[in-house]
Every structure is written in C-alpha cells, then in structure tokens.
Design a binder for this molecule. Sequence first.
Ligand SMILES: [Zn+2]
Length: 427
Amino acid sequence: MRRLAHFQLCFLAAFMTTSPPSPEFCLKEAKTQPTLGDKISDLRRCIQDFPRDPGGRAVRDQLVSLLIASNRYEEALQTYRFQISLRKPSGEPDLKLLELLLKTGRFTDVDRLTAGAPRNGHDFLFDERLVEYRVQALLAQGHYGNARQALDQWLGIHEREGLNSSRFMPDVRNLQQLRRSLFTLERTQGATGKALFTASVSDSLNHWSRRRQVPVVFFKLVPTDSASQLIGSSIHTDQTDAAFQKRVEDMNRGFEYLSGGAFSLTFKGSHSLFVKAQDLDLSSAYTNLLASRVHVHTIPPLYRRAGKAFVILVDYRAQSDEEAAYMGDGLIHIAANKLHTLTLMHEILHGLGATHQEWSALASEGYQFDPEDRGLMTFEKGELRYLGLEEKNRVLLDWPRVVAQHLNSETAELSTLNLRPTYALKN
Ligand SMILES: [Zn+2]
C-alpha cells in the first residue's frame, strides 16, 4: 500500500514537471500578471517553450502589441522581424515594419524599402501610408528636397483620381498641403536642413527627461481679425509674461514631484504671431497629423527653435477651440481656453517620448492591467485627472515611482496641492 502511494506520488510529480503546459495556458498566465514587465517575460517564455507551436504566431503578435504599447520599440522590432522571417515573402513593403523602423531611428532602411513608394500604384490608401513613411524618413534625415519629390511623384499618380472620389479627396488635399509645406521648407532652408521629427518618429526619447531648466517659449497666435477670436479669451490681459511664468512654475511643481528633481523647465519669454483665421490651420479636423506637423515647422521663428526648446503656440482663434496637440521637436499647439497645467504637462511629456496609456485593444484580448497604474497620459472620460506617471512611461523616462494623485478636474492648479517628494516610492 505504501509502495503504491509512493508510486502515485512520483507519477503525479512527474506529470507536474514534465508534462508541458499548453501555449494557451502560458498565454493565460501572462494576461493576469500584475506588471507589464512580468507579462512581457511570460510571453517570451511561452515563445521559447513552444517554438514550433502554431499558436506561437498569435503569441508573438500579442508580444509585439504589448511591447509597442509599452514604448519598447527596439524589442518590438526584433520580435516582429522574426515573425516576418517565418512568412512567405510577398514582395510588398510591410507597413508595420516601416513604422517600427521609423520609431527606432532606422531612417535609411525606410528610405530603401520605400524607394518605389509613389509608383506602387495598386491601392490608394496603402500607397498613401507608404509615401507618408517615406517623407518622414527623409525629413528625419533633413532631406526636404527629396521628400518634396516623393510627394510630387505620388500626386502625379494619384492626385486626379483621388480628387474625383469623395472618399479620397480629403487625403489628396492633405498631401497637397504637405507638398506646399515641403516646398516652403526647401525654399526657405534649402534642399537639406536640420532633421525634423514628425508623426511616427520618436524625436526626443530620453533626450530631455533628465535635464533641468529646459527652455520654454510661448508664441501667441493672434487673429488679425478680432471677429475670429476665441470667445472668452483675452489676449492682452490673460496671457502676460507673468501669467506664462506662473504657468511654468506650476508645471515645475508637478515635474519636480514626478521626476524626483531630474527634469524642470525655465521660462524664456513670449512673442506674438499675427495670423489670419484661415492661415496656419492646425486643427486635426482638416489636416492629418503629418501635414499639420510639417506645416508648423515652416514658420521661420518656430523652425529656428524646434528641437532646442519647448515652444508653446497659444492659439486665440475660434477654430482652435479646446484643441491641444504635440507637433514634434518640442512644438506644442494649444487653444487659449485649454491652457491648463495638466494639459500642458501632458503635451510636454509627449515631447519627452511618453505615450498614452491605452490598453483597450489588449484588454479585449483578456489582458488585465493594474487599475492604479495611472498618470498624466491616462484619460478618464476624455479628461486628465491623475498627477502621476504610468509604469511604461516612468521606465522610458527613467523617473522614480510616485503615488498618482487624483485631481478634481483637468483645470486644477498644482500650487494648491501638498506635493512632498517623500511620496516617492522606490521604483
Ligand atoms: Zn496626448
């Protein structure tokens, strides 16, 4: 009897250690892990343990999504390249690969892979994405003239057909606008100039996150026609240098808390730019992100400062209502009625490389995330309510872990909070 019990026990132990759990089981484990880092290492282990499992492909896809959502682009690229190597070559450029190459700074690879981009000629939207990646890779190397030529070729092929279709007309208009901006850059700065970082290119990863006294300059976008002024905004009394300086001090209070003293801003004055209502249309409703980002770089005083300081364009025109957007290279466009500490900090964090905390796609796959992991890149019903920084952004910026403070509204002033650095926990 004792022998039998011993045998049963050995059998059970052998079963537990040698019977490999299925990839499904492995994936399920990863989904419930508390931290991002643990989820990622669990998925890596799944792939290693089941290299030939047909389900391995789905696991790798999820690993790539998780790595991208965690700002770990270099690892995402490696995993994705492996994924591609298992496929039958199609001869088609792979859009996801191009996006990852751009995000990891491999601009000459993108250049090479998109060399035939304008003449791909079989799918309007695919070709549009392709030429946009090409333009971004060229701009990130400062090749304005070549970028404009890529657009010339693309428009030569698609312009007429696109304008005849109600579906594609807005896209053609955007690329026409982009071409005009590229031409302006070429005319004012030459065929080559400084590198410009646009929609898919992470420009400032870590460059500024551990620097103090990063300069910040304000530009008021003042409508030449007072009738088109944003209702409720008062250009001369609301936004004086003293008011801007106070806003910077309030942000610094928050950044001191978040970065443990590693990062701060310093106010370097304000200027006015007089613009017509219809000029410099930065509203996302009319232009795509790439076109509007390149457009804003064409304004000489902004071009000069891009990449050297945070430049905040405070828009007093009615059309800018409630808008706020990061435009690459430290340039931020914000409506005068959105100029709150938390909103500005959010846009500055974009400039440091931080990205939105957005898990809905992975959550729909069954991934569970820490509900306490919130911060300035997390929206709650469309508003920013947490002074804190998410794990993925904290790791990226190399800032300490701090307790996220829930605020009553996005318009909260941080001077009213007791932000003691002792709240900081060990990372
Ligand atoms: Zn944002």
